[in-house]
Design a binder for this molecule. Structure first.
Ligand code: GLN
Length: 542
């Protein structure tokens, strides 16, 4: 195998430009050229991981196979690269410092003083190299923008790596459009590149983000002012479908130019399936899906990416069956104290994962409606726990049934903390201590989920502390709830379903994390098939 090469992706002007999508798209193209590619995300925050952050402020917490609780960019990488990544592919300031301090306490620096450069920067390099080994091209995205204090040591580390390995630096920048002069402005990018140069890094490519796309004069200007060849200014206009970005880059031969810069031969390009997926994407019969969640305003805005993997999984599943999903994000708090009859207009209802008491009763109301009205329902993690609570209250007659997470004194704790988790909570050991990552479940022969997965043993990713209380399983089953998947030791309920319902399935896991454009998740595909069926039935009746 060839020696390792690096593509460094840095950002200028502002964050939130879709650097993650750019990195993932570059990975998609280089993989299509036949190279072994991996991708690393550097998050300059001091948190060790994203597990302790509020999704309503920071976006979804993505979970890897090995149980990492990670920034959502890693989810984008997995979807575009169609490959699993490790939690070690996410490097944070917190993780780096934790390692340096542990080494220092263990006298590993032999009594000398420990410094940001070279000790912290070397640790960053070590962490990048540890996960890059075995690959031909490693993509490293540095979060934030150039000029941030938090970024400096990371930029220093990648500058050193860029001298030690063949590499390319890609700057993703933004060109604002000024309405009054009718012009795209390049100046902020010029300044951002100048700041990047202060760290000793020179961009080899500029990916120019703008609402409408670049024109020739602007390309010329960027090239002259930023010392980047004109052919290396890549146009990246805002698109409605992010999966098209690799194809937009392909047209500009970004992959060929990158390979040339890396000193690698361009031998082939095979990305037919991806192209087919983007063509099928969001076309066909419309199905209306309600995503009943927690949407909290932060300042004047709501974070759009709280349930991004669920939304993407719905899109992948829809493309597979040739339907166009219309996903409506419903704030569950608004269902409380109001009628939910309007949910009838939906062809499917999803209740995703979550924590804390906000909006719980609204979600339960939506589940009751889906169960009683025979509307396809998919419950994910918290969604499964609430389906159990709803069933216990309204079918088994345990009126005050609840989870001890929301009501510690409930007379019917149908959902309770997993025994091993109790101690951790009491000791306030919150970080990275949930039941995390891939766990197996054994499916019941003949059940709906068994037919959907077409196998008995499945593995899905998890992130939870609570479970179905074993003491209540009998009564729930007696009233018709089927636990169709259990942990291999039979102790933990992993899947449930209602046999006489069109589609009422919930799981303690997060199947959304494993859905990919080229490998849509079977649970989502089946759910959408049923939603489409309902849609066609109702439109026929009209
Ligand atoms: N809050 C629940 C638990 O900890 C559900 C978690 C989730 O939905 N990811 O078990």
């Amino acid at each position: 195998m060839r020696a390792l090469r690096f593509v460094f992706v840095v950002g200028g002007v502002l964050s939130g430009l879709g650097k993650g999508v750019v990195t993932a798209s570059i990975g998609n193209l280089l993989k299509a050229c036949g190279y072994k590619v991996t991708a690393i995300k550097i998050d300059p925050y001091v948190n060790v991981d994203a597990g302790t952050m509020r999704p309503t402020e920071h976006g979804e917490i993505f979970v890897t196979e090995d149980g990492g609780e990670i920034d959502q960019d890693l989810g984008t990488y997995e979807r575009f690269l169609n490959q699993n990544l490790s939690k070690n592919n996410n490097i944070t300031t917190g993780k780096v410092f934790l390692r340096v301090i542990q080494k220092e306490r263990a006298l590993e620096y032999n009594g000398r003083n420990v410094q940001i450069i070279p000790d912290v920067s070397d640790e960053v390099k070590n962490m990048i190299l540890e996960v890059s080994r075995g690959y031909e091209i490693s993509l490293v995205e540095v979060g934030g923008t150039t000029g941030d204090i938090e970024n400096l040591v990371f930029l220093h580390a990648i500058r050193e790596l860029s001298e030690e390995y063949p590499s390319a630096t890609v700057m993703v920048s933004y060109l604002p459009f000024l309405e009054n002069v009718g012009e795209l402005k390049t100046k902020p990018t010029q300044h951002a590149v100048a700041r990047l140069r202060e760290s000793g890094l020179f961009p080899d490519f500029i990916v120019a983000r703008s609402e409408l796309g670049l024109d020739e004069p602007r390309k010329e200007k960027l090239a002259r002012h930023c010392f980047v060849p004109k052919a290396h200014i890549i146009d990246d206009p805002t698109v409605d479908n992010i999966y098209k970005v690799p194809l937009i880059f392909e047209k500009q031969k970004f992959h060929e130019k990158l390979l040339k810069k890396l000193g690698l031969p361009f031998k082939k390009y095979e990305n037919k399936k991806w192209k087919e997926f983007t063509e099928k994407f969001e076309s066909g019969e419309e199905v209306k899906i309600a995503l009943v969640g927690k949407y909290v305003t932060y300042g004047n805005t709501e974070h759009k990416d709280v349930y991004i993997s669920v939304i993407e999984a719905v899109k992948h599943g829809s493309a597979k069956i040739g339907a166009k999903p219309v996903i409506v994000q419903l704030d569950s708090r608004k269902l409380e104290g109001n009628g939910v009859e309007f949910l009838k207009e939906f062809h499917g209802i999803i209740v995703p994962g979550g924590f804390g008491t906000t909006g719980i009763e609204g979600k339960i109301k939506a589940i009751k409606f889906a169960r009683e009205q025979n509307i396809p329902f998919l419950g994910l993690c918290l969604g499964m726990q609430l389906a159990v609570i709803e069933f216990a209250r309204n079918v088994c007659g345990l009126k005050k049934a609840n989870s001890t997470e929301f009501d510690p004194k409930t007379p019917h704790p149908v959902i309770d903390v997993i025994p091993e988790q109790k101690e951790l909570l009491e000791k306030k050991m919150y970080g990275a201590t949930m039941r995390l990552g891939a766990w197996e479940a054994v499916l019941k022969k003949g059940s709906r989920v068994w037919k959907i997965y077409k196998k008995r043993k499945v593995s899905e990713r998890h992130r939870h502390r609570y479970e179905v209380n074993p003491k209540y399983i009998k009564i729930l089953e007696k009233h018709g709830l089927v636990f169709s998947g259990k942990s291999p030791d039979g102790k933990l309920m992993e899947f449930l379903e209602l046999p006489n319902h069109r589609f009422f399935i919930a799981t303690q896991a997060h199947p959304e994390f494993k859905s990919r454009p080229l490998a849509p998740h079977p649970l989502f595909v089946s759910f959408l098939k049923e939603a489409l069926k309902l849609k066609l039935e109702t439109s026929k009746r009209k």
